[in-house]
Design a binder for this molecule. Structure first.
Ligand code: MTE
Ligand code: MO
Length: 310
């Protein structure tokens, strides 16, 4: 298999020198700011090409591609609709309700949540796959950081996510194309996995609204639709939660939705993908099991029939 992780390399091996040096300067000059966890601070824009040890080394898509080819049904069904319509969503102030089987339930302001997330935990670059794919330099932190702070209790077996319900700001929610609000879920080991992140930005700037501002889920070994956008509620629960796509079309979208070229969607093959930005005549590329992250996640599914649990 091709090596897509930079584990073992230092930042200077994989980072353009200018950015690398810039980062040193920033760390020296604004150490206190970063230690305080000021994610989204303007000073950090030049950190964007610093990957985490879990980042893919593939070339990222352009910001234009990332922000003009989206699925966000709250803002329309066409890939260009979110770019045109998502500006109506108010994303500040923002709070996330953390509830269910946790020691410290509450309604937490996003600013407070972001405090104390370390620089090391923050920078990611992952590939997202569906029938198409992109490489996106997310700025985010592991979901586990937040769950551990909230104190997930042993009786909780799954994590459920909910997007904001605000039909006055989200025209799609004034229609019944989906059962609102948008819901997703992960099994606890998937939720706690270091590859599973809450993303708050792209290319070092705040998350564009069409990509799920101010905070969205990214699970890089699963199909794109698991990445719930504009999250306002995270719940630790005992039973497998209801998810939007599984409710809409249970035979098409399973709870797990792992990237798996051997299990086709009933209406299309999942064996290959089209890389966005490759141009009109670009060849489709073979989709890799678990989107190439098998070394890190295959063990989560040992003994499971992934044709049944698709
Ligand atoms: N709230 C919400 N989240 C959502 C969706 C949506 O319609 N509403 N679409 C999902 C689907 S189907 C995909 S493919 C991804 C697309 O993410 P992107 O636009 O950042 O590529 O978001 C997922 N998250
Ligand atoms: Mo999707």
């Amino acid at each position: 298999m091709t090596k897509i992780f930079n584990t073992g390399l230092t930042e200077s091996d994989v980072t353009p020198k200018e950015v690398y040096l810039n980062r040193r300067q920033i760390m020296a000059g604004t150490g206190a700011l970063i230690a305080a966890g000021a994610i989204g601070g303007r000073a950090e824009a030049s950190l964007t090409t610093v990957p985490s040890k879990y980042s893919t080394m593939e070339k990222p898509n352009t910001l234009h591609d990332i922000t003009n080819y989206n699925n966000y049904y709250e803002f329309g069904l066409e890939k260009t609709d979110p770019a045109a319509n998502a500006h109506t969503l108010t994303t500040s102030p923002w709070a996330i309700q953390i509830d269910g089987m946790v020691d410290k339930p509450g309604n937490y302001g996003l600013e407070d949540i972001l405090k104390g997330v370390t620089l090391e935990e923050r920078i990611y670059r992952h590939r997202c796959v569906e029938a198409w794919s992109m490489v996106i330099p997310w700025d985010g932190f592991p979901l586990s950081v937040l769950l551990n702070r909230a104190g997930v209790q042993p009786s909780a077996k799954y994590i459920a996510f909910q997007t904001v319900l605000r039909p006055e700001e989200m025209p799609g929610q004034r229609t019944n194309v989906l059962d609102w609000p948008y819901r997703e879920g992960l099994r606890m080991d998937e939720a706690m996995h270091p590859l599973t992140i809450l993303a708050t930005g792209i290319y070092g700037a705040d998350m564009p609204k069409q990509d799920g501002a101010p905070i969205r889920l990214v699970v890089p070994w699963k199909y794109g639709f698991k990445g719930a956008k504009s999250i306002v509620k995270i719940s630790a629960v005992a039973e497998q939660p209801v998810t939007t796509w599984n409710t809409m079309a249970p035979n098409e979208y399973g709870f797990y939705s792992n990237v798996n070229p051997k299990v086709d969607h009933p209406r299309w093959s999942q064996a290959s993908e089209r890389r966005i930005g490759g141009g009109l005549f670009a060849k489709r590329i073979d989709t890799v099991m678990f989107n190439g992250y098998g070394d890190l996640v295959a063990s989560l599914y040992t003994g499971m029939d992934l044709k049944k649990n698709f």
